[in-house]
Design a protein around this ligand. Sequence first.
Ligand code: SF4
Length: 475
Amino acid sequence: MTEPVTPPIPFPEAARTALADTQLRRNLGHATHTIRAKRAGVVAELADWEELREAGRAIKERTLRHLDAYLLELEESVTGAGGVVHWARDAEECNRIVGDLIAAHGADEVVKSKSLTTEETGLNEALQARGIHPWETDLAQLIIQLGHDMPSHILVPAIHKNRTQIRDLFRRTLPNAPPDLSDDPRELAETARVHLRRLFLEAKVGISGANFAVAETGSVAVVESEGNGRMCTTLPEVLISVMGIEKVIPTWQDLEVYLQLLPRSSTAERMNPYTSVWTGVSDGDGPREFHLVLVDHGRTNVLADEIGRQALNCIRCSACLNVCPVYERTGGHAYGATYPGPIGAILTPMLTSLDEAGSLPYASSLCGACYEVCPVKINIPQVLVHLRGEVVRHTGTDAEHVAMRSLARVFGHRRLYEAAQRAGRFGQWPLVRRGKIERLPGPLAGWSAARDLKAVPRQSFRDWWRERERAGGQT
Ligand code: SF4
């Protein structure tokens, strides 16, 4: 079984390579600054933005607490509306279900709208291994597919490419691209449109992701900017939608909250240009067959982590990527997984394992900007710190564990703490230069290699307080 979310190389190494690419940093810096400013503008227009965020968080948390019940309700509603629900434990099962459905209809080409869950399961590679060609129809995903590249952003997968690079790629790979194609966005979009139009009209099977699925009605919603997703979900005879189990929401009314939060946080728009919602199948309108594949692929493990489970609230808006100082400098490829940026730094290690992605929780300055912009209030810094603790528990040496336990004991007892302060005050003198310790001896040298330690002061706050009390509060 392949695990596409496994980072190929640890983040620090991959980041070093990315940081050396000045063109990449220029492309990223320009794109993230532009979208960040636009998002701030449209969010400021809503007086009740904070209430909306709180509602978004509360609905997701309630859903996760009763996830089993809502998923069964969703299955019943979809089935009642003429659809078929499939359950996939992992990536392999999901890819097999989708491949079997396509093969049963004798198709060797399918059109796909953007879907992070199928990226996660490696669906394209699995279909190609069965002789089925999946065509990406989202413009940015198409650019990634034609270039045999990897997405580097949740919302703008080709954010690391500029127009000239895209023009060169189209000239090289699209038979309908004119030899004198320029890098004008309209010309580029028209070239892609002509290429995709034939595929939309000929494809028997369409594959989509799902932004939300409403348990009470069985309705599935996809939001997008280009309209290509709507072509995928309406033109083919058969529609297969693949969604992570955390995308379910209880009621139709809950959708209202997310349809306000998502566009402003992602593309900085007041509403999505295309919001497609369908419920099962309808005679003479849209696909004649609808399959919904509900994918776990590690999500129930995340759910079992009481602090980490809030990552499942994510609505994939990408606002946290656009404000992250680490992402802005390294780009998404350094994270080596489907989900880059702050959300990737917490979600990937939980969906895979700390052995595979243990460096990602350190890919953050813990500045908190991601938490401030998150429309569903995921406390990413809290989860990062929690996962760092897990990494240390998993990978720390016996000596480190003993040292940490001793430190915890000292910090937990006033007398021990004050005795340690006194000992530090006297023991530090050979190391102090200009009020700070720049280098610690022995095995502690690694800790001080990247930071300075302030020298223990001559008088601690408690000593000063006691002295003040003795002097009758006059110090
Ligand atoms: S963690 Fe929050 S800000 Fe980041 S993509 Fe998910 S919903 Fe958006």
